[in-house]
Design a protein around this ligand. Structure first.
Ligand SMILES: Cc1cc2nc3c(=O)[nH]c(=O)nc-3n(C[C@H](O)[C@H](O)[C@H](O)COP(=O)(O)OP(=O)(O)OC[C@H]3O[C@@H](n4cnc5c(N)ncnc54)[C@H](O)[C@@H]3O)c2cc1C
Length: 466
C-alpha cells in the first residue's frame, strides 16, 4: 500500500518548507502532509469526503487562529475552517490548502446564576450539554452528540428544545470572532451588531468564531422521551395522524419521525420528546397514546436523562461511513405528499436508508425573519432522505436514490432549505436557504470579507466592484 503522502495533491501555493514555518508560531500543532498523523487529520465525519490539504493547523486559541489566518492570507493559500468536522458537505477540509482546525479548543464555563454558558468552538454537542446539565440547564442543540456546536450554531441550529426556546442561534448572546483582516472582535446585540446578525445563520461566511456565549434554560435533567413505531401497513394512516398531531403540539413537545427499515421490515417511527413537567407531558402525549393503542407495534416511553436522549441517535451515524442527504422544508405533509413519500421509500437502496422528518416550528417560527440571518422560520418539518453505506461502488445508487426522493418531494416543499443540511448544491440553493435575507448578507460579506477568504462554505459571494 502506498503511504498517504504519495497520494497527497501538490501544495498549490507556498512550499512545504514555508508551510512548516507556521508550526513554529502556533501554540497548537501543525500537521503536514508528510506527517504520520496526516492520514487521520484530513478525515471528516463523512467518509465520502476525500480531500488532501497541504496542512492542518490545530489551534489552541484565538491567537493561533489569527496566526494561521494571516499565514494563509500572506501565502495566498486556500483555507477551510473546521470545528466538529461533521458537516455532510465536507467543506471544512480543502484541497491543497490550510485547514484551520478549532476542534481542540474545548474550554467552557457555566454561570448557573446568570444562566449563561461560554463555550469555545471546538466543543461537540455532547461536551456542551454535559457541562450545562451539571446545573440542570440546557439550550437548543441538535440531535447527534458528535456534531460541533460551531457549525451547528452558525447555520441556525435546531433540535428537541427548539420549539420551546428557539434555534441555537436565537440563544446566542455574543461571539468572539476573528475576521478576514485578522482582528479579534466581539459580536453581540450591542457590539458589531451587524456582524452578530450575520453570524446567527450566515454560516462561516464572516469570520472564524472562536467562542460562543449562550443563554441557558432550566429544564432539569430528566425529560419524557421514547418512540412509537408503526408497521408499514399502518404507516399511511399514522403519517396522517403525525402530521396533524405534530403541527398542533405544544412547544414543549417535539416530534421527529422517520421511515426506517428494522429487521428487513419498513416501519414508521415517531420519536417523542417533552421537556415540561411530568403532568404536562402526560397530558400532551395522551392523544398519541390513544391513537397508538391498537395500531402501534411498539411503544417505548418513559422519563429518561436528557443527556441520554441527546446521544440516543449517535450509534446510527458513526464517523467514516459514506453519507448523502438532500433536505427541504415542508409546512405540512398532506395526503399526496405522504403517498409520494411512502412510494419512494420503497426504493431505498439498503436497510440503513432513512427518510427523516425533523420537527421545527413553535418558538423558532415566532422570531421575525429579519431578526437573524437564518430565514426559514415558517416551516414545520425538515424532510430529508439519508443514505448510509460503505462500499464506494455503491455511491451512484445511494446518491441517486437521495436525489430521486428530493425531486419527488419538491412539489410539496416550501422551496427553502436548511443551510446546514446543504451538500455542494450551487448558489441557487444557498439563495433558497436565505430567501429575503440574502441581499443583506451580501452587503455584510462586502464589509467583512470582500475578497471572499471564507469561500469554502455555503458561500455568500461578495458583490464585485464595478
Ligand atoms: C448526523 C448529523 C446530525 C445532525 N443533526 C442536526 C440537528 O439535529 N440540528 C441541526 O441544526 N443540525 C444538525 N446537523 C447539521 C450540523 O448542524 C452541521 O453539519 C454543522 O455544520 C456541523 O458543525 P461542525 O462544527 O461539526 O461542522 P464542520 O464540518 O467543522 O464545519 C462546517 C462548516 O461550518 C463553518 N465553520 C465551522 N466551524 C467554524 C468556526 N469556528 N467559525 C466559522 N465557521 C465555522 C465552516 O464553513 C465549515 O465548512 C447534523 C449533522 C449530522 C452529520
Amino acid at each position: 500500500m502506498q503511504p498517504e503522502v504519495m497520494t497527497a495533491k501538490p501544495i498549490e501555493n507556498g512550499s512545504l518548507r514555508e508551510t512548516a514555518r507556521l508550526g513554529l508560531t502556533l501554540r497548537g500543532e501543525l500537521v503536514l502532509a508528510t506527517d504520520p498523523a496526516y492520514a487521520q487529520a484530513r478525515q471528516v465525519w463523512n467518509g465520502l469526503v476525500d480531500k488532501h490539504p497541504a496542512a492542518i493547523a490545530y489551534c489552541a486559541g484565538a491567537d493561533d487562529v489569527v496566526a494561521a489566518l494571516s499565514f494563509a492570507r500572506e501565502n495566498a493559500m486556500p483555507l477551510s475552517v473546521r470545528s466538529g468536522g461533521h458537516n455532510v458537505a465536507g467543506n471544512s477540509v480543502c484541497e491543497g490548502g490550510l485547514v484551520i482546525d478549532l476542534s481542540r479548543m474545548k474550554n467552557r464555563s457555566v454561570d448557573d446564576k446568570r444562566r449563561v454558558a461560554w463555550a469555545e468552538a471546538g466543543l461537540t454537542l455532547a461536551e456542551f450539554d454535559g457541562a450545562t446539565q451539571v446545573c440542570g440547564l440546557a439550550t437548543t442543540m441538535g440531535v447527534n452528540g458528535d456534531t460541533g456546536i460551531a457549525g451547528l450554531t452558525l447555520g441556525g441550529g435546531f433540535g428537541k428544545l427548539g420549539r420551546r426556546f428557539g434555534l441555537a442561534c436565537d440563544n446566542l448572546l455574543s461571539a468572539e470572532v476573528v475576521t478576514a483582516d485578522g482582528k479579534v472582535l466581539r459580536a453581540s446585540a450591542d457590539e458589531n451588531s451587524d456582524l452578530f446578525w450575520g453570524l446567527r445563520g450566515g454560516g462561516g461566511n464572516f469570520g472564524i468564531v472562536t467562542g460562543f456565549e449562550y443563554l441557558l434554560h432550566p429544564i432539569g435533567t430528566e425529560v419524557l422521551a421514547g418512540s412509537v413505531v408503526f408497521a408499514e401497513t399502518k404507516a399511511r394512516d399514522a403519517l396522517r395522524f403525525y402530521d396533524e398531531f405534530a403541527r398542533t403540539a405544544p412547544d414543549e413537545l417535539s416530534l421527529d419521525a422517520a421511515l426506517v427499515i428494522s429487521a428487513g421490515e419498513r416501519m414508521f417511527s415517531i420519536s417523542v420528546f417533552h421537556s415540561g413537567s411530568p403532568r404536562e407531558a402526560e397530558m400532551a402525549i395522551a392523544p398519541l397514546l390513544a391513537y397508538a393503542r391498537d395500531k402501534a407495534v411498539d411503544v417505548q416511553l418513559g422519563r429518561v436523562p436528557y443527556l441520554q436522549v441527546q446521544s440516543a441517535g449517535d450509534a446510527m451515524f458513526p464517523r467514516g461511513n459514506r453519507y448523502s442527504w438532500k433536505a427541504q422544508f415542508m409546512r405540512e405533509l398532506g395526503q399526496d405528499a405522504i403517498d409520494v413519500l411512502l412510494d419512494v421509500y420503497k426504493k431505498a437502496p439498503n436497510d440503513n436508508a432513512l427518510l427523516v422528518f425533523q420537527q421545527v416550528g413553535g418558538a423558532i417560527s415566532r422570531v421575525p425573519v429579519s431578526e437573524t440571518a437564518y430565514a426559514c422560520r415558517d416551516a414545520e418539518f425538515d424532510c430529508f432522505p439519508v443514505a448510509i453505506w460503505n462500499d464506494p461502488s455503491r455511491d451512484k445508487e445511494n446518491i441517486g436514490w437521495v436525489r430521486e426522493v428530493w425531486a419527488a418531494v419538491k412539489p410539496f416543499s416550501t422551496g427553502a432549505v436548511y443551510v446546514n443540511n446543504l451538500g455542494n448544491e450551487g448558489e441557487e440553493r444557498v439563495k433558497a436557504a436565505y430567501g429575503p435575507n440574502y441581499r443583506r448578507l451580501v452587503e455584510l460579506k462586502n464589509k467583512y470579507d470582500q475578497t471572499n477568504m471564507f469561500c469554502l462554505n455555503q458561500n455568500i459571494r461578495p458583490r464585485m466592484p464595478r
